[in-house]
Design a protein around this ligand. Structure first.
Ligand SMILES: C[S@@+](CC[C@H](N)C(=O)[O-])C[C@H]1O[C@@H](n2cnc3c(N)ncnc32)[C@H](O)[C@@H]1O
Length: 288
């Protein structure tokens, strides 16, 4: 039984990193004419009202998207993502936060195919309603996203991006992410895979990025830390995105924007960011 609802967390620092990376990757994919598939394995509700009970209860967006909303000094790489947010809000007041399906539908073109998987019945119903008039390019499924990867890959057009964004409320998600990527690379070696990773003080959370780095593929790892560990040792201090077969433009976009984003979202003086690629890791290993 799933209890996680993304509505409590929409627009927080982790969403900003994840959605910035997603937006930059999709914008790069649009530079070629050939259509592509986007598979969002853990889609959530599509978009979120920031005045809803859930968002108000945690207030996470206040230290997330609300800190960016009226800023006029955004780094260039953040500007199209912020324009998408303004479109979603339809005005100057921040009322809504777009989730990964909304942003994907915004950035992808009419020729592209979008598949959104969501298991939770409440969020699935909201997601289906969000895209009920979207036409044939969008397929909304109440299916297990990991299983759907097997059926969907490789895409007919041989161009595709898979976003894997579990809540990790069950520990088996860590193993399933790794297995799904391994299997995905066998079916579709040239696909771009985006995995969201929480910074939590657990062995599973620490090990997953290290295991992903050992896969036989090019990768980019980008992290955003907003605070030091709490005294009790619990709680998420930040998050990372692991991108397999990253677009060549992604590193520059993140290097341009993450220092500003980390400083803007900092909760204490332990804020930090990192962008690391498989090339850099390989040359460091050779030098050592
Ligand atoms: C972190 S939220 C997704 C947020 C969304 N990707 C976004 O960025 O807006 C994770 C979602 O995955 C759903 N979920 C959990 N396990 C799933 C699975 N195996 N397949 C599909 N959805 C799943 C949860 O119900 C939850 O809504």
């Amino acid at each position: 039984m799933l209890s996680y609802r993304h509505a409590y967390h929409a627009g927080n620092h982790a969403d900003l990193l994840k959605h910035l990376v997603l937006s930059l990757c999709l914008q790069h994919m649009n530079t070629k004419d050939k259509p592509y598939l986007v598979l969002d394995t853990h889609a959530g509700a599509g978009q979120y009202a920031l005045d809803a009970e859930q968002a108000k209860k945690t207030g996470e967006y206040i230290d997330g998207i609300a800190r960016l909303w009226n800023r006029t000094d955004l780094p260039a790489a953040l500007s199209d993502y912020m324009k998408a947010l303004q479109t979603c809000n339809g005005g100057t007041k921040l009322r809504r936060y777009p989730g990964s399906p909304w942003l994907t539908a915004h950035f992808a073109r009419q020729i592209d195919t979008l598949r959104f998987c969501e298991l939770h019945s409440t969020d699935f119903a909201l997601l289906r309603r969000e895209f009920k008039e979207a036409g044939r390019r969008v397929k909304v499924e109440q299916n297990d996203g990991f299983e759907t990867m097997k059926a969907a890959l490789p895409p007919l057009s041989r161009r595709g991006l898979v976003l894997i964004d579990p809540s990790y409320e069950v520990k088996s998600d860590y193993l399933r992410v790794l297995a799904a990527i391994k299997d995905g690379l066998k079916r579709f070696a040239t696909g771009t895979y985006l995995v969201w990773l929480p910074f939590l003080p657990t062995l599973e959370a620490r090990n997953l990025p290290e295991k992903l780095k050992k896969l036989p593929a090019e990768w980019l790892y980008a992290s955003l830390t907003v605070r030091g560990p709490a005294t009790q040792g619990y709680g998420m201090t930040g998050s990372a995105m692991f991108v397999i077969n990253p677009p060549w433009t992604l590193k520059a976009g993140l290097t341009d924007s993450l220092p500003w984003l980390a400083k803007t979202l900092a909760m204490d003086e332990k804020f930090a960011w990192e962008v690391l690629t498989s090339d850099q890791a390989a040359s460091k290993a050779t030098a050592d």
